[in-house]
Design a protein around this ligand. Structure first.
Ligand code: SAM
Length: 292
């Protein structure tokens, strides 16, 4: 066995499983699941179906949102006693919008080795085929279900320049796309990846306005990941110069303008709200930060 998978001491393996296509389970994941003393799974019945197909008979315990706290203590005790535990979620990578973080944290705190057995994750799979910039991105998981909280969360991202990844349920898709179009702008490029690696896999690319129109008419089905292109740099509070630099409110103040004048100039040049620029600069000063 490879050194990284040494089972002489207790360990926690965070094992990614397929998000639709069974062939995406790696040989190493399969071996770790077969050799572990215990598999902690989000849903034991769902796991039983997958493991039966692989002829894996490793004992299982449930590990899900509502028993995470209690189970974590039990699993830590077993790993301290030298057992190896493989953690899986219903699909994809555990701890990514799935249970697992608490167990990983507790294992690390207890000095137990934690090893990744990497594999599918819908977020990365969707990003990789989105056609949107992949060099810098942020993962937001599921937007809040409540409308007002969702709008606030989206507003907070309006000036995010990195590509943004969201999970969303088909039930809320139309409402979320409408809000995204309202907050980020209908022209913002986006991609919607549905049922990745499954029979009805499809990636729809277009603007948020186009996606919004389509799903206002069409019922959304299956598992969905939304990728939204980042805001153009000019909307993020800086002004790009052809030389590649960025002019900011702070820099104009350093050059001798008042806060009011600097906010007005940047507002005029970038189309942003003068008031917001003014207040952002004040907030930055309150936090004791230097100019942008
Ligand atoms: N931990 C998982 C991962 O790493 O992919 C994500 C778990 S999260 C509870 C499930 C959400 O991921 C779904 O509601 C959907 O938004 C997205 N998702 C999962 N499988 C997908 C697929 N095959 N195609 C598109 N999105 C998917």
């Amino acid at each position: 066995m490879a050194a990284a998978d040494d089972r002489s001491a207790g360990a926690l393996y965070v094992v990614a499983t397929p998000i639709g296509n069974r062939e995406d389970l790696s040989p190493r994941a399969r071996r770790i699941l077969a050799e572990a003393d215990l598999i902690a799974c989000e849903d034991t019945r769902r796991a039983a179906r997958m493991l039966a197909g692989l002829q894996i008979r490793t004992p299982r315990v449930s590990y899900f949102e509502h028993n995470e706290r209690r189970r974590t203590a039990e699993l830590i005790d077993r790993m301290r006693a030298g057992e190896s535990v493989a953690l899986i979620s219903d699909a994809g990578t555990p701890a990514i919008s799935d249970p697992g973080f608490r167990l990983v944290r507790a294992a690390l705190d207890a000095g137990i080795r934690v090893a990744a057995v990497p594999g599918p994750s819908a977020a990365i799979a969707a990003l990789s085929v989105s056609g949107l910039p992949t060099d810098r991105f942020v993962f937001e998981g599921f937007p809040p279900a409540r409308e007002s909280a969702r709008r606030d969360a989206l507003k907070a991202l309006a000036r995010e320049t990195r590509t943004i990844i969201f999970y969303e349920s088909p039930r809320r898709l139309a409402a979320t796309l409408a809000e995204m179009a309202a907050v980020f702008g209908a022209d913002r490029p986006a991609a919607l990846a549905r049922e990745i690696t499954k029979t009805f896999e499809e990636t729809i690319r277009g603007t948020l306005g186009e996606l919004c129109d389509r799903f206002a008419r069409e019922e959304a089905r299956g598992e969905i990941t939304i990728i939204v292109g980042g805001a153009p740099e000019a909307e993020s509070g800086t002004l790009n110069e052809s030389a590649g630099g960025a002019l900011t409110v702070g820099e104009l103040i350093d050059a001798g303008l008042s806060l009011k004048q600097a906010s007005a100039v940047i507002a005029k040049l970038t189309g942003q709200s003068r008031r917001e620029l003014y207040q952002r600069e004040l907030a930055r000063r309150d936090r004791g930060e230097d100019g942008e």
